[in-house]
Design a protein around this ligand. Structure first.
Ligand code: FES
Length: 326
């Protein structure tokens, strides 16, 4: 499995531990175990998003309708190359969280320039934010398409608010163009509030509900050889799910070789050992991500992160695996 850029940077910058520890110590009196409870509770926040979800179960209906409408484009039958671009498979990272910086950044600039800056620059920034919002909507829809339950409902609310913010900003754009500047600025301020609230809900989608999170991130594959199966129990072309150090692993014997990659799909946790095999790839049965059996690389999304892969050896009729050295 090729090493991710972030992992390479971490390896190259071990000295960061020192300043990071120093900052943690500075924050300790405020945010540590004995920190100020009121401040910590305020920063952690009571989960308003959970209350909203409970109060709006009817969102499931329209959310499902929109998913069905988008399915020909963003579902299993849609164009994989377009989906890979929107999901960020080429990027090795979900694209949506990066793209949302465009509207939020431009609209923050609009607000600052509205307070103290040239009107033309403020209006240009507003228009660029509207364009950025369209890109954010496309990448967000791709990521949301495979969600269900609470994540689907919260994602639908998040998207609705984002589109509302974009609509409000478009209204402000029109008003500014017609010379009604004060009303336009008021309207864009309202749009900014809606956009910020929506961004907060988007954060809950990731941090609370795990959307966009690598589902293998917390696996700790064994670094030493660990026996998992009798060699005689692994038939040709028939995947087997085994467990090493608590990590589910998919084993596959093919043409005299044994492949081993994590069995839990990095996208949303689908069982790869139940996936479809072709050449040296496996396709996740849940949403169709395609991974290389040889090194866990993502060949097609919606997954954006590779599968952990393993060295395999056979000794005394027993198959053993260990985490592949980078
Ligand atoms: S769980 Fe979504 S592609 Fe595997």
């Amino acid at each position: 499995m090729p090493q991710k850029l972030s992992a390479q940077i971490l390896d190259a910058l071990p000295w960061l531990d020192g300043p990071a520890e120093a900052v943690q110590k500075v924050l300790m009196p405020l945010l540590g175990a004995n920190g100020h409870k009121d401040v910590k509770n305020m920063l952690k926040g009571r989960k308003l998003s959970a209350q909203i979800l409970d109060a709006l179960p009817w969102l499931d209906g329209p959310a499902e309708t929109v998913q069905k409408a988008l399915a020909p484009y963003l579902g299993a039958e849609g164009r994989k190359d377009v989906q890979d671009i929107l999901n960020g498979t080429w990027f090795g990272h979900p694209l949506h969280p990066a793209i949302v910086m465009l509207p939020l950044g431009f609209w923050t600039t609009t607000m600052v320039l509205d307070l103290a800056g040239p009107e033309e620059a403020a209006d240009l920034s507003l228009r660029l934010g509207v364009v950025g919002a369209l890109a954010a909507a496309a990448t967000g829809a791709a990521q949301w398409q495979d969600t269900w339950g609470k994540a689907r409902r919260l994602g639908f609310l998040h998207a609705s608010l984002n589109l509302s913010a974009a609509g409000i900003y478009t209204g402000s754009w029109m008003l500014r163009a017609q010379g009604a500047r004060k009303t336009g600025v008021l309207l864009s301020s309202l749009g900014y509030g809606v956009g910020l609230f929506s961004a907060w809900l988007g954060g809950d989608l990731s941090y609370d509900l795990g959307i966009g999170v690598n589902r293998t991130a917390f696996a700790e594959p064994p670094s030493d050889w660990t026996e998992v199966l009798n060699e005689s129990d692994l038939a040709e072309n028939t995947p087997r799910r085994v467990v090493a150090n608590g990590v589910p692993i998919m084993l596959l014997r093919r043409g005299g070789e044994i492949f081993a990659i994590a069995a839990t799909c990095s996208h949303l946790g689908g069982p790869l050992d139940e996936g479809q095999l072709a050449d040296e790839t496996v396709t996740c049965p849940w949403h169709g991500s395609v991974f290389s059996l040889r090194d866990g690389t993502v060949l097609h999304g919606p997954a954006t992160m590779p599968q952990p892969d393993f060295d395999v050896r056979v000794q005394g009729g027993r198959i053993a695996v260990r985490a592949r050295a980078q």
